[in-house]
Write a protein that binds this ligand. Structure first.
Ligand code: NAD
Ligand code: UD2
Length: 315
């Protein structure tokens, strides 16, 4: 049996691939390298990398004909909300059509399980906190709308076609290999990158949009991988949607404080006007996933420390 990871050369995907390989599994990665990098993937005889797009139907048909996949982990996406707003048609083709194509193939090939990476973006700016899976949703961007539509197709595939499928709503994921290069990259990757550059003598600041008291549910990437594997293996996840977070709210000011403890010092902080459309607070209710045995293993300090040390070792 072989396992397919779409988007496996990306930030979260590459951590999943690493874990699957360490368990001795045979893995195929399908990635178009639009944001992923081949260097993110480990060298292994058990890993096959295929460069191509999830929107290429012919390629998908050949791929599913060539391998007998046990599980499909579908993480490939245009993960930038900003890009989805700028290019809604192209984003929709990848984030929605691509998901539907994969579901069709998974169904045709009779795979054992389909796990889909959805997002907290489906909740939008509805004020009630913490976010529970059974709450109303209000996706505000093409990215959020496509994630929501996709997750409905994914979970409905169980009742409609008997395809065992689960959607996971990731909150704010951080960790090694997250790309800090865009202003819309994850805030932790940006803060760590700037701190390292500052320690290396660059004149640079940390920019905070707003007062820094906004909060997010930051989850370390290896905890996300654990959640993904629970979704794969626990039959109770079929047809269900789960939040993947820590259940804890952390402000940007707390992040900077903790980074200071780890790094010794941080760049001067510049406060800029809040970003348009920014939500003030976001946190997951994770009781549903906890009932299946999930519990985050890494504290924020541990996760930040590992990410910081890894990024520092690169310079
Ligand atoms: P990422 O950009 O590092 O990974 C996405 C991967 O998909 C990249 O390797 C990219 O090259 C690949 N890809 C993009 N379009 C493709 C296509 N048409 N065909 C094949 N491959 C394609 O981002 P990430 O943070 O690792 O995100 C992984 C998944 O998790 C995405 O679905 C994203 O929407 C979701 N997610 C991430 C977060 C987060 O905090 N990072 C939060 C919520 C949801
Ligand atoms: C996350 C997702 C986004 C979308 C959204 C849905 C990431 C990177 N972004 O956005 O794709 O799913 O959730 O709710 O996963 N900030 C600064 N300084 C910086 C960069 C960011 O102050 O240099 C602020 C930013 O304005 C925001 C907070 O930090 O208030 C978190 O920003 P983010 O882009 O990491 O995450 P978020 O939750 O806004």
């Amino acid at each position: 049996m072989v396992t397919l990871v779409t988007g496996g050369a990306g930030f979260i995907g590459s951590h999943l691939v690493e874990e699957l390989l360490s368990q001795g599994r045979e893995v195929v990665v399908l990635d178009d390298l639009s944001t992923g990098k081949i260097e993110n993937l480990p060298e292994s005889d058990n890993l096959t990398f295929i460069e191509g797009s999830i929107t290429d139907r012919e390629l998908l048909v050949n791929l599913f004909d060539s391998y007998r996949f046990d599980t499909v982990f579908h993480l490939a996406a245009i993960a930038s909300v900003f890009k989805s707003v700028e290019e809604p048609v192209e984003t929709h083709r990848v984030n929605f059509d691509g998901t539907l194509y994969l579901l069709e193939e998974a169904k045709r090939a009779g795979v054992n399980k389909f796990v889909f990476a959805s997002s907290a973006a489906v909740y939008g700016d509805l004020p009630e906190l913490p976010k529970r899976e059974d709450m109303p949703v209000k996706p505000l961007t093409p990215y959020g709308v496509d994630k929501y539509a996709s997750e409905r197709y994914v979970v409905n595939s169980f009742s409609l076609y008997g395809l065992k499928a689960t959607a996971l709503r990731f909150f704010n994921v951080y960790g090694e290999r997250q790309d800090p290069s865009s202003p819309y990259s994850g805030v932790i990757s940006i803060f760590i990158n700037r701190t390292i550059r500052y320690l290396n003598g660059e004149k640079i600041s940390i920019d905070i949009y707003g007062d820094g008291k906004q909060t997010r549910d930051f989850i370390y990437v290896k905890d996300v991988v654990n959640a993904i594997l629970i979704a794969e293996n626990d039959e109770r996840t079929n047809r269900e949607v789960f939040n993947v977070g820590t259940g804890k709210e952390t402000s940007l000011l707390q992040i900077i404080e903790t980074l200071k403890e780890i790094a010794g010092s941080v760049p001067p902080v510049r406060f800029l006007p809040p970003r348009e459309g920014d939500i003030k607070h976001s946190v997951a209710d994770i009781r549903k996933l906890k009932q299946l045995g999930f519990s985050p293993s890494y504290t924020l300090k541990e996760g930040l420390e590992r990410t910081f040390n890894w990024e520092k070792a690169k310079t």
